[in-house]
Design a binder for this molecule. Structure first.
Ligand SMILES: [Zn+2]
Ligand SMILES: [Zn+2]
Length: 761
């Protein structure tokens, strides 16, 4: 007896080889019918005997393609109207509005890698070799369903050989939408910075690149997610010119290591790093240096003891690594604070004064992205995402909660924050948390932000019914509201959004335990004369607002943004003009600053500025050249003391047990005092320890059982390790793992706050 079933599979099931998988499975099990991509994922009509169909269903779960993620499988028996005599892949309907995750870019798989290194293979030295398991997806997608004609690969018509692979059920490129080869695919060229083409042959291009890198030249390479700037990581002079030309004096550069063996020669890699490099996301990992060997470490990451290590994750990078054989710098192809370049015109214009040579190609990148950056804390291997981008963005798997909390299917756009911008869109049943876009005070970055929102509007035919934004009156991102006249609006406080983000990530909204939120960062708007950054909130299930239970004692915020650039100003303000600091200021500076501080026109509870102040008294006596530099200085110093055996900690908190006086001033003065007795490394470590004891005290005083952490300060992996050491025995701890603790999570937090607090009121 033949039965017919309709099966619908939702989740990350397009662009991951799902249809070929279903096709082959059905063929093997002698079932008939068809499979097709639709707006909700993959739809299957299957005919056969009932036990066979049941076996088929369980095989889908068991042996699904490696990069797929099934959210739901729905199936029902339907009347048999027509008997099929085969199983086939049916083309999708026209004009579908997708209700599925946007498939992210995947690192090149091992099989494709083997082909590009095999001189007998026709894809030898062809960097755009991909299959159903690997290659760019989001980067080349114009709209959904994920079909070749909806991507920028469409303009390359498959040659007969590629076509044959595409239609052969047993081939890894059966229904591979991005399939191409040197015969029919993407063309490359190697040019100088005047635009003169020096080479067009793929193999020669890579040999030439290796030659030029060895000569100390800087090359801008169009990867599949945007341009990267490369130079020899052992060549001080080359890195020096890259820094000068890129106007990036100190911020660390990432280094690409040609192989896993090379990475472990230079760095203390652990299993987490290895797995991460070999994953389809393959982000940059920040790893402690083991052996500097010939690396120009002081030029790569001045003053640091870790390197951002990149593994060659695309054909392009694998081939450069193969020919050059040594580690090289691989940093975003952009000018200071601008977004990463993705078109040849853009790149030539922006990078011709930085790069000596270019490798261009003619595959259009529709969604350029930076590389994602993560780290694992040294002691507890806690994962921390520092930048969520290529491979990790733009999805967030959250749909079942959205179904409950957003029953009326309201279409929502959350604008996030300005400095580390990302946005969050709810155009359907899913939550799309965009990639990191950058600092919106840069006009080009703002345009990229707008363009990415526009692209979502196009993909999903999306028009928000409500826009959520930060309370900051001067944020640039609110300008996008002009494209949506008369839309409802709601403003959400910055730190409340952070807390909502961590509650949302760990699904703590329904937790029966009250949760203490520790939200620490550099600055977030509260009122026109208060900038927050050292906040403690409590969330109880069912209560529709957070209680703000404590904060770092406020001190004066003077000179606007200049305060965050110059740690000594924070030290002066926190110490309330302590005479100890007088020798570090010129007479007129002292007079001007101290008067401003006494006026206290704007005050702050910023833990970020507290770190700045501590960095200064520990010897960081200069302005910062990138955000977080001073805090990293303190962390590095403390870390060097942390791993010394028999370390004993002391905290700088007042003795009283039942009050929580978190005076930043007393803390800083205690540190200054302690410096006369202990090494700065020990003091730095004790400072970290004090912060954790401070959290412990608040948690105990409020009778908490669970603590959740958010805000940029928790990018500090030593602080995270100490929190786990000290607080884990007593409390349940929650850190961000799938999104970044910094302002990249504000958009997601705004959505969570709205769904759980405002909408439920
Ligand atoms: Zn592959
Ligand atoms: Zn071909």
């Amino acid at each position: 007896m033949i039965n017919t079933y309709q099966i619908n599979i939702s989740g990350q099931v397009q662009g991951v080889g799902f249809r070929p998988f279903i096709f082959n499975l059905a063929k093997k099990m002698r079932l008939k019918g068809f499979v097709s991509n639709d707006g909700n994922g993959v739809s299957i009509l299957i005919q056969g005997e009932k036990p066979n169909i049941e076996a088929f269903l369980s095989m889908i779960e068991q042996s699904k393609p490696q990069n797929s993620r099934i959210a739901k499988i729905l199936f029902e028996e339907i009347p048999t109207q027509q008997l099929f005599d085969t199983f086939f892949v049916k083309p999708p309907e026209e004009n579908i509005i997708p209700n599925i995750p946007l498939t992210p870019d995947f690192a090149t798989c091992a099989r494709c890698e083997k082909e590009i290194f095999d001189s007998r293979n026709r894809r030898y030295f062809y960097p755009f070799t991909t299959c159903t398991h690997c290659g760019p997806r989001y980067a080349v997608t114009l709209k959904y369903p994920f079909e070749r004609e909806n991507t920028s690969v469409a303009r390359f018509e498959m040659c007969p050989k590629c076509r044959r692979e595409y239609v052969s059920p047993n081939h890894i490129r059966f229904h591979s939408q991005t399939n191409s080869c040197p015969q029919c695919g993407v063309n490359m060229k190697f040019t100088d910075n005047k635009g003169v083409v020096l080479e067009r042959d793929n193999k020669r291009i890579f040999e030439l690149a290796a030659e030029k890198l060895s000569e100390g030249k800087i090359i801008a390479v169009k990867n599949t997610s945007g341009y990267l700037l490369l130079c020899d990581a052992s060549n001080k002079k080359a890195i020096g010119s890259l820094r000068k030309r890129k106007m990036r004096p100190c911020k660390p550069f990432a280094v690409l290591f040609p192989s896993m063996d090379k990475i472990s020669e230079y760095l203390h890699v652990n299993d987490c790093n290895m797995r991460s490099f070999l994953s389809p996301e393959s982000p940059i990992n920040i790893i402690p240096i083991k052996d500097r060997k010939n690396l120009a470490v002081s030029e790569i990451c001045p003053g640091m003891d870790c390197i951002g290590a990149m593994f060659p994750y695309t054909g392009m990078l694998k081939l450069i690594a193969k020919t050059f054989e040594k580690p090289f710098i691989a940093t975003s192809g952009n000018v200071h604070h601008s977004p990463v370049c993705s078109s040849e015109t853009e790149a030539v214009l922006a990078l011709q004064t930085i790069a000596d040579y270019f490798i261009h190609h003619d595959l259009e990148i529709l969604h350029p992205q930076d590389d994602s950056v993560i780290l694992f804390s040294a002691k507890h291997q806690q994962k921390i995402i520092l930048r969520r981008s290529r491979g990790l963005a733009p999805n967030f798997f959250f749909s079942d909660e959205l179904e409950v909390k957003n029953r009326d299917k309201e279409k929502i756009l959350c604008l996030g924050s300005d400095l580390k911008s990302s946005f969050c869109a709810v155009p359907n049943h899913h939550c799309y948390l965009s990639e990191y876009i950058g600092d919106l005070s840069n006009y080009d970055t703002f345009l990229r932000y707008e363009k990415t929102i526009r692209s979502y509007r196009h993909i999903f035919s999306f028009r928000p019914q409500i826009i959520l934004s930060d309370k900051h009156p001067l944020f640039e991102n609110v300008q996008v509201k002009h494209s949506f006249p008369n839309v409802k609006e709601h403003k959400i406080q910055h730190h409340e959004a952070h807390f909502a983000a961590i509650l949302g990530e760990h699904r703590l909204w329904e937790s029966d335990k009250a949760v203490l939120g520790v939200v620490w960062d550099g600055a977030g708007f509260s009122t026109k004369d208060e900038i927050w950054g050292g906040e403690f909130f409590v969330y109880h299930k069912g209560v529709r607002s957070f209680s703000h239970v404590a904060q770092l004692d406020k001190f004066a915020w003077i000179l606007g943004d200049k305060m965050a650039e110059n740690p000594k100003i924070s030290a002066l303000s926190i110490s309330a003009n302590d005479p100890y600091l007088k020798p570090f200021f010129q007479e007129n500076e002292w007079l001007f600053y101290t008067r401003q501080i006494e006026k206290r026109q704007v005050v702050t509870s910023s833990v970020g500025r507290l770190f700045d102040a501590v960095s200064f008294v520990l010897g960081f006596n200069r302005t910062i050249s990138f955000e977080g530099e001073a805090a990293m200085y303190v962390e590095k110093m403390a870390r060097s003391a942390f791993f010394v055996s028999e370390t004993t900690f002391t905290d700088y908190l007042p003795e009283e047990k039942y009050t929580c006086d978190f005076s930043a001033k007393n803390l800083l003065l205690n540190i200054i005092h302690d410096l006369s007795r202990h090494k700065p490394e020990t003091v730095a470590l004790n400072f970290h320890y004090t912060l954790i004891k401070m959290i412990e005290k608040i948690a105990v005083l409020n009778g908490m059982e669970a603590i959740a952490f958010s805000g940029g300060v928790f990018q500090n992996s030593l602080l995270v390790d100490l929190a786990i050491d000290i607080l884990k025995p007593e409390f349940e701890l929650y850190f961000h793992e799938n999104i970044s603790p910094n302002d990249e999570n504000i958009a997601f937090g705004q959505l969570n706050y709205y769904l759980n607090m405002i909408k439920q009121r």
